[in-house]
Design a protein around this ligand. Sequence first.
Ligand code: BG6
Length: 487
Amino acid sequence: MQTDSSFTFVLFGGTGDLSMRKILPALYEAHRAGGMLADNGKIVAVARHVADRAAYIDWVNEHVKPHVSKNGVDETAWASFLDRIEFVKIDLGNPEDFTLLRDALSGRPGIRVFYLATGPSLFVPICRALASVGLNENSRIVLEKPLGYDLKSSNAINDAVGEIFAEEQIYRIDHYLGKEPVQNLLALRFGNVLFEPLWRREWVESIQITIAEELGVEARGDFYDNTGALRDMVQNHLLQLLSIVAMEPPHSMDSDSVRDEKLRVLRALKPIDPRDIGKVAVRGQYHAGVIRGSAVPAYATEPGVKPDSTTETFVAVKVEIENWRWAGVPFFLRTGKRLADRVAEIVVNFRAVPHSALGASALRGGANRLVIRLQPNETIRLYCLAKQPGEGMNLASVHLDLAFDRFFREGQMEAYQRLLLDVINGRLALFVRRDEQEAAWRWVEPILNEWAAANKPPKPYAAGTWGPAAASAMLAQHGTCWLEEEN
Ligand code: BG6
């Protein structure tokens, strides 16, 4: 893919964790691949605590380089990548400093991208300061999650940013939407006739979506303790995945067709009655345990976390969608830190055959199931029943296996690389529109409120397990169980 879209990519929070681990490595990969970034495209890093460009380049060499390319660094490409980087020292607390940025950007060709890899409390001040020096024209602004803390604060940010930038200029990142397998889910659903007729209440019994992590809160204890798993993962990543799994076929892949269909799903989520929250939502917090043979500490003893914290590090929740396609089909969402495995997957459990001429084993669970694994290794498995060899008609569960790396050895792109290229090239489909974000907040809000009002500690679970037993009990009530340890 050749591009001639000139750009200047301005990175606020240029020395932050996200810039170090994700944004700069993704830009390097795009640069190294060749032809993806216009030759004259520049990256302008903005930071306060760095003296000048030379010091910033030292920082990039020291901190970013270890995070690039699993296959090692191409030193020639790295050197030419550094040539793209410029630096402007700005104190974000001092709006007058933005004239320095305006001067640094003046007369440059192409689009300006402002990437706000900062805390959400800085979004509005930065946008206002950009507008005060006329930098909101011919620009795109990228907002990282979390965008707000609840519906009210997210609306406040969106209102204020919306006074400065039009909605088509605003790119709200949810990096799950940039993952290759999530794109593949669209291809699977809408590129084949095979699945679509079965993709509805008549044939689907339940759907599970899990994003499980082995990692704890790492160096983000402070942020996480004020956030919790519901805000960090469910309001955004899990509800976005759910909307892609459940949406109607869009009439095209243009940005608003896809986002309109996702919005319809989010608006059709059955509101949770506060009195039912104990039955349909489980919150947990990890205690000390063992992960892959190593002891790990309890959440409450992590740096930055309050010792008496009641923040949840695990959520399981039952969701229902009130429309013709999905009425009565439970969607079980689950996420947690310090779980037994790192896995993100979608499990579609189809109904058993209505009558089995083949005997009771044909009615067994475990078959009639589609498992779409998003990470760590992307696979799609269709579980069916087959006859065991030999005498008699004994059935066993077998699977058809589609391992993507067997078919496509090259061209895989990290989520951030795809999304940053989309911003530079003006493609909005994989970014969250304001109305989607509002609908998602509206749905999670009763859970947040009820948990805050009840002020009960989350259910404990040992690190290295699959979370509190109550999450399994919730599924048992529906005659099902979480799919676990499926490799
Ligand atoms: C982020 C959350 O959005 O997603 C983190 O803030 C989480 O807490 C991360 O660890 C998970 O992303 P991935 O791509 O590693 O599954």
